[in-house]
Design a protein around this ligand. Sequence first.
Ligand code: FPP
Length: 245
Amino acid sequence: MSHNFTSQSGDGLHVAIIMDGNGRWATRRGLPRVAGHRAGVAALKRIVEHAPDVGIRALTVYAFSADNWARPAGEVQSLFWLMRAFLRLETERLRQKSVRMQIIGRRDRIPAAALREVNRSEFVTAAGRRLLFRVAIDYSARDAIARAASSSPAQEASVSAARSAMHHELTREVGEVDLLIRTGGEKRLSDFLLWESAYAELYFTDCMWPDFSPAELDAALAEFRHRERRFGAVPTAAVAAGGSR
Ligand code: FPP
């Protein structure tokens, strides 16, 4: 059996996206950076609509990293304003499309008005089954891993028991990442889903996030389907030929 297009959970893919390049997209057009973020929200809407039709059952996007607080206050404010507006305007459509929205990351530093909208959207879309749409806000993978480690029952009997408890904590409901996409030309993970992406296929594109279209997503998925996923094992052809002995 081929491992092509294998998801680690078996029932559709978990795709993660680092939506980079909004600022440069805007600057190249002589626009303020916030115009890039606004165009980025429009791109995100199109991707969320398209994802369930192409075999994606979970989509996790990086909207605001724990390090993004270092950006100018005006840009931070605009980002939260845009998230709030997105949730206010789109929640009903998400519900109709059976999309469940959830956020990951710290909740205690999110501006109150945005947090209210997040809570409402999570509540309203809770029954969605077609797509789990996770938005990482004030997120750091290292923090998430450290939190999972400190919340798992202390003194696990062995490293493997501790590892399996943490794995459960970090991947429950959503599973591991199958394909991680980063737009905007940089090739790094920037503290995003480090544990969950241990065996993810990585796809980097120079396309700036506001230009990332459903066709670009299809291209990333086509490349993903071409790659053989071995999860640390030997190539499937070698197994078929008895090469694993
Ligand atoms: C990176 O581009 C992008 C971000 C830091 C924000 C991404 C956020 C959105 C697309 C909007 C989120 C909204 C919702 C509804 C979840 P950059 O500013 O770092 O671009 P640059 O590298 O070109 O400067």
